[in-house]
Ligand binder design. Structure first.
Ligand SMILES: [Fe+2]
Length: 204
């Protein structure tokens, strides 16, 4: 079994003006594709693991054969993180979350604005390349974390419901070094409906 690209449910330019079409196209067709190709190539030598899901490979990376660990961590992580990221953005996104996730955010962070401030701070402080995440921790509680490189929260046994790619490749063409501007713009495309679905899946 080979992994395949997740089909973007919107056009490269659909998230304009917040995320520009060229960034989306390069991000998807070059970076995302490279993670996928490298993951599939790494698995060619390990037939025993070809039936595992990408999530399971990343989650259990430390139990894999040594030669497979680094490719899965970097490229498996890159593959699942981006597959997740494409889904939590939408041209119809933005605004404030309603429903259970909205309630939980207000309960844990006191207000949506306070939650955004804390998430923004976490995303800004990532040194070099990485991700900021809204996760459900082992006690079922919402928490904001960041991970370096393509590390996934799954590697810590926790599940993301929202995440933001703060690698320069995600914003440099439009925002250059201005990561805070990219972060502020990104809130306009957050697909809260999908975030809610991600939450629901963990609470079935
Ligand atoms: Fe990326």
């Amino acid at each position: 079994m080979k992994f395949t690209l997740y089909d973007l449910p919107y056009a490269y330019g659909a998230l304009e003006p917040y995320i520009d079409a060229m960034t989306m196209e390069i991000h998807y067709t070059k970076h995302y594709q490279a993670y996928l190709t490298n993951l599939n190539t790494a698995l060619e030598k390990y037939p025993d693991f070809q039936t595992w899901s990408a999530d399971k490979l990343v989650e259990q990376v430390k139990q894999l054969p040594e030669g497979l660990q680094t490719p899965v961590r970097n490229n498996g992580g890159g593959f699942i993180n981006h597959t997740f990221f494409w889904q939590i953005m939408s041209p119809d996104g933005g605004g404030e979350p309603r429903g259970k996730v909205g309630e939980e955010i207000k309960k844990i962070f006191s207000s949506f604005a306070a939650f955004q401030d804390q998430f923004n701070a976490e995303a800004k402080k990532v040194f070099g390349s990485g991700w900021a995440w809204l996760v459900v921790d082992k006690n079922g509680k919402l928490q904001i974390i960041s991970t370096p490189n393509q590390d996934s929260p799954l590697m810590q046994g926790i599940r993301p419901i929202m995440g933001l790619d703060v690698w320069e490749h995600a914003y440099y063409l439009k925002y250059q070094n201005r990561r805070p501007d990219y972060i502020n713009a990104w809130w306009h495309v957050v697909n809260w409906q999908q975030v809610q679905e991600n939450w629901d899946r963990l609470h079935e």
